[in-house]
Design a protein around this ligand. Sequence first.
Ligand SMILES: CC(=O)N[C@H]1[C@@H](O[C@@H]2[C@H](O)[C@H](O)[C@@H](O)[C@H](O)[C@H]2O)O[C@H](CO)[C@@H](O)[C@@H]1O
Ligand SMILES: [Zn+2]
Length: 285
Amino acid sequence: MTEHPARRLLLVHAHPDDESINNGATMARYAAEGAQVTLVTCTLGERGEVIPPELAHLSGAALGQWRLGELRAAMRALGVTDFRLLGGAGRYGDSGMMGLPDNDDPHCFWQADLDEAAGHLVRVILEIRPQVLVTYDDNGGYGHPDHIQAHRVALRAAELAAGAGWEIPRICFNRVPRPVAEAAFARLEGDLPGLPFDKSAAVDDVPGVVGEERVAIEIDGTAYAAAKAAAMRAHATQIEVAEPYFALSNALAQPLFTTEYYEVVHGERTEGRAHDLFAGIEATA
Ligand SMILES: CC(=O)N[C@H]1[C@@H](O[C@@H]2[C@H](O)[C@H](O)[C@@H](O)[C@H](O)[C@H]2O)O[C@H](CO)[C@@H](O)[C@@H]1O
Ligand SMILES: [Zn+2]
């Protein structure tokens, strides 16, 4: 039997950058504490926009390879050594934003056969035997096809893995409590004049905003704020950071959250608001 660290976390994301935006502090914390942190990213993000003018020439496969390099740099910043591309680098293409003709590309992730894609993830689950799986809600957080498909593939793979001998004890969705988001945007409104961004996004532009009652776990990542910001800066084609804020290529400022929040959607719930993704889960072989 392969020796496993006692605590094993698996995160499933759509593009290089999502992991740092949603879970950078969480990943840095658990990596620093000696847990096994495994990231599976489903596409290389080759249909993304590019922020820095000096990189504006990058598109298609060249952009995808560049973003893979950005992902490597972000993982170094977080101290995460186990990160993989679903089915291997380039297996599934970036599907573009919802409603675009890109969504119909037969190579794109949105067109993937669900069980074929989930099969790649089942192999990772049976190898790692994670106690916690983190992914997006059924809307992918904000409706992007690759995020929705990442959710579907993650949950299908968890179902198949349970039938093949490993039921993941806890499955979580990335969340932000609405009061937290509203307070952060209120601060942003006052800070905006001093930022390199002209406009602010809105609370409902933030993926996964829900009522407080649905948030079961919060991870205080204050100690890892610098690591998260460095990881986000590593994704320079997609993200501009001006702590404690950032903007994507749409140049709309939004809060850079260093406390990260989770809803538990499968497995043992926690008593009240927990502060550890592994709370109440026995270390398992
Ligand atoms: C955070 C995220 O999921 N980014 C995706 C997204 O990128 C957005 C898209 O280019 C949109 O048109 C911009 O206005 C927005 O600023 C971008 O964040 O979609 C891309 C294409 O599928 C994807 O590569 C990127 O990772
Ligand atoms: Zn994404």
